[in-house]
Design a binder for this molecule. Structure first.
Ligand code: RFL
Ligand code: PHB
Length: 389
């Protein structure tokens, strides 16, 4: 088989890139290790920057997002029983949109199917060959049968545990990593959200986040220890702990119910450089991870897709390589800023096992400064809604 761009990974990065390329007549095949239902069963991001929404529009898949997504003009930050609000729209002129990653992924799969673009599910043994030549190809198997795709370019959109990043030789690749000594225990419940906006809470018992998907679907997280398993937490225990970590008046109006999903995610900051090796380009979680505190994971994946799409389009339309040559540097410049924001916001909101009294005072004054300074709120809002592409 031959295609122009082989996309490894049918998560949001791979699907969005595939759809944008398809719309301008560039042929791409998506190889996905799992089934469509498995990919859609993963509950992940919920907050979309305007940049992501614009890309969905460009890909022709934003109708449902516009109908069902919820525009949020601000967020609430709580600490020690009190809380304050940061108004994104007042400070930046831009809101964010609450729309689940699952829904965006479903829209992209539906559009891909409707356009007849090819996705091959349940692929195993994916290997990228000759990425540093002009004639790369990818081998893989389906049901034990070996197959091969020849192509012009390979987009590595296969997430943190994929094979694409590992294809870049160790003497070329440099990785930067920070692990956090805690995780997030998240639940999804068919209950109305406790507030109109997200509430990020720093409490002495640990971080908590009240988020949502729609009027009757709420997403809540609490900081937990990495040795814990979701099975250690009954729904009742989760709700009780959440209530202790959010302001009392919020806890009082919290409506609880059975969880329909419960999982623990570790927190990690990670970047690999460069994001391009020959004709292989890394996109999204394959190249970088942020702790979820700033809601930047999916959104940084989208900015990569934006730069790569424009680079590939320029190449196919004009033969010029400036866009693809500048891809890694441009993408990384924005990634590192998102890494900084996510690291800083995480550091301000969580309890660390080895935190000294001095560290706690620093955290508290960071929060006080954010509450009291319009300049700091503007900086927060600018980062939260997404830095320009
Ligand atoms: P994905 O979603 O991991 O998709 C990669 C796909 O590649 C497939 N794959 C392979 N396919 C073929 N061959 C192989 N060898 C393969 N290896 C892997 C996988 O099956 C998968 O389908 O990466 P992608 O597309 O780059 O998207 C990244 C986002 O999923 C991720 O950044 C966000 O979910 C992060 N994130 C959040 N981001 C936000 O922007 N806002 C949020 O509010 C937000 N909340 C979150 C989050 C991530 C979380 N978890 C669980 C890590 C909340 C949580 C709890
Ligand atoms: C979510 O709704 O899953 C969510 C929202 C904001 C974050 C992280 C996760 O910062």
């Amino acid at each position: 088989m031959r295609t122009q761009v082989t996309i490894i990974g049918g998560g949001p990065s791979g699907l969005l890139l595939g759809q944008l390329l398809h719309r301008c007549g560039i042929d791409a095949v998506v190889l996905e290790r799992k089934t469509r239902d498995y990919v859609l069963g993963r509950i992940r991001a919920g907050v979309l920057e305007t940049g992501f929404v614009t890309l969905m529009e460009e890909a022709g898949v934003a109708d449902r997002l516009h109908r069902e997504g919820h525009v949020h003009d601000g967020t609430v930050i709580a600490c020690g029983g009190e809380s304050f609000r940061i108004d994104f729209t007042e400070h930046t002129g831009t809101p964010v949109v609450v729309y689940g990653q699952t829904e965006a992924t479903r829209d992209l799969y539906d559009a891909r199917e409707a356009s007849g673009a090819q996705t091959i599910f349940e692929v195993d043994d994916v290997v990228i060959h000759d990425a540093d030549s002009d004639a790369p190809y990818v081998t893989y198997s389906v049901n034990g049968e070996p197959r091969r795709i020849d192509c012009d370019f390979v987009a590595g959109c296969d997430g943190f545990h994929g094979v694409s990043r590992q294809t870049i030789p160790l003497d070329v690749r440099k990785e930067y990593e920070k692990l956090y000594p805690f995780g997030w225990l998240g639940i999804l419940s068919e209950t109305p959200p406790v507030g109109n906006e997200l509430i990020y809470s720093n409490s002495e018992r640990g971080f908590a986040l009240c988020s949502m998907r729609n009027e009757n679907l709420s997403r809540y997280y609490i900081q937990c220890s990495l040795s814990e398993s979701p099975d250690d937490w009954t729904d009742e225990a989760f709700w009780e702990e959440l209530k202790r970590r959010i302001p009392p008046e919020v806890a009082e109006r919290l409506i609880t119910g059975p969880s329909i999903e419960k999982s623990i995610a570790p927190l990690r900051s990670f970047v690999t450089e460069p994001m391009r090796w020959g004709r292989l380009f890394l996109c999204g979680d394959a190249a970088h991870i942020v702790p979820p505190t700033g809601a930047k994971g999916l959104n940084t994946a989208a900015s990569d897709v934006h730069y790569l799409y424009h680079g590939l389009r320029q190449f196919y339309e004009t033969g010029e390589t400036e866009g693809i040559d500048g891809y890694s540097e441009k993408a990384l410049r924005r990634i590192w800023k998102a890494e900084r924001f996510s690291w800083w916001f995480s550091s301000m909101m969580h309890r660390y096992p080895d935190q000294s009294e001095f560290d706690l005072k620093m955290q508290r004054s960071d929060l006080d400064y954010l509450r009291d300074s319009a300049a700091q709120q503007k900086a927060f809002a600018e980062n939260y809604v997404g830095l320009p592409y």
